[in-house]
Design a protein around this ligand. Structure first.
Ligand SMILES: [Zn+2]
Length: 266
């Protein structure tokens, strides 16, 4: 158990603390990005629904126009027949049918006219919405880009820390690495804690037997607290070695295992 090993374990602990904070900050961008995009999404949704309704109206108008055209054709055929009728009864029947047909044609045409008027009004509405949603989308872009850039910067920072973490893990002995990883994987934040001058564990404050205290102070082997399981060291707290861009308020909180402050958070 060398000083270097203890230093490495502590650096790992510090890195993991920092990485947890950064991951939290990265996740924090999700709701912000959703919020900033919301007005544009809402208008785009409104626009696409209005455009769909408009398309339906156009289809309905075309259908009505086709119906009217069919009926006019039928009326023409009836007119021809009217010239060929041989008795009054037949004439009356054809005339009645023609009357009904022209009323139906009139109704279809009336309806088509109304629909076309609606189509015209809706075209204006859809155009307005298209314009509004384009503007809203443009308004969103700068803030969205800012957030995305900030998040990307955090991801890069995380990748750097992760690479550094791998390097440190490589330098550890198998046993130390196993202890550290099993702690870390079980979600514990404090793996290494100082043995205080009073001879208690710096994490759980349980008293450490004198014999063990001496061994820890001589740094002969890896010793763990019987109370909480952390690796104990008599080395003083290292100066925090934080990467560039770290928030200054993180200093000195690496080994306390407290909740990471939301320092990078948007
Ligand atoms: Zn302890």
């Amino acid at each position: 158990m060398t000083n270097t090993t203890m230093g490495s374990l502590r650096e790992l602990q510090g890195l993991d603390h920092r990485m947890r904070e950064i991951r939290k900050a990265i996740t924090g961008f999700d709701p912000l990005l959703a919020e900033v995009e919301e007005p544009a999404l809402r208008l785009e949704d409104e626009h696409s629904k209005a455009a769909e309704r408009l398309e339906q109206m156009r289809t309905d108008t075309r259908r009505l126009e086709r119906n009217a055209a069919d009926k006019r054709e039928r009326a023409e055929r009836l007119e021809t027949r009217l010239n060929q009728v041989t008795n009054v009864r037949e004439e009356t029947a054809v005339k009645t049918e023609l009357d009904m047909l022209s009323r139906a044609i009139e109704a279809d045409e009336q309806e088509a006219l109304q629909l076309m008027e609606q189509v015209r009004r809706n075209e204006l509405h859809v155009d307005e919405l298209a314009e509004q949603s384009t503007e809203a989308r443009e308004d969103v872009l700068p803030k969205q880009e800012e957030y995305l850039n900030e998040r990307e910067a955090l991801r890069e920072q995380l990748a750097e820390l992760s690479a550094r973490r791998d390097v440190i893990l490589e330098t550890l002995g198998t046993r130390e690495r196993q202890v550290y990883e099993s702690f870390h994987n079980s979600g514990r934040e404090v793996v290494v804690a100082p043995l205080t001058e009073d001879g208690v564990c710096g994490n759980c404050f349980g008293l450490i037997p004198l014999q063990k205290q001496n061994e820890i102070r001589q740094a002969e082997a890896l010793h763990r607290c019987e109370g909480c399981g952390v690796i104990l060291t008599s080395e003083p707290e290292p100066e925090p070695e934080l990467p560039e861009g770290s928030a200054p308020d993180d200093e000195g909180s690496d080994a306390d295992g407290g909740e990471p402050a939301d320092s990078e958070g948007p």
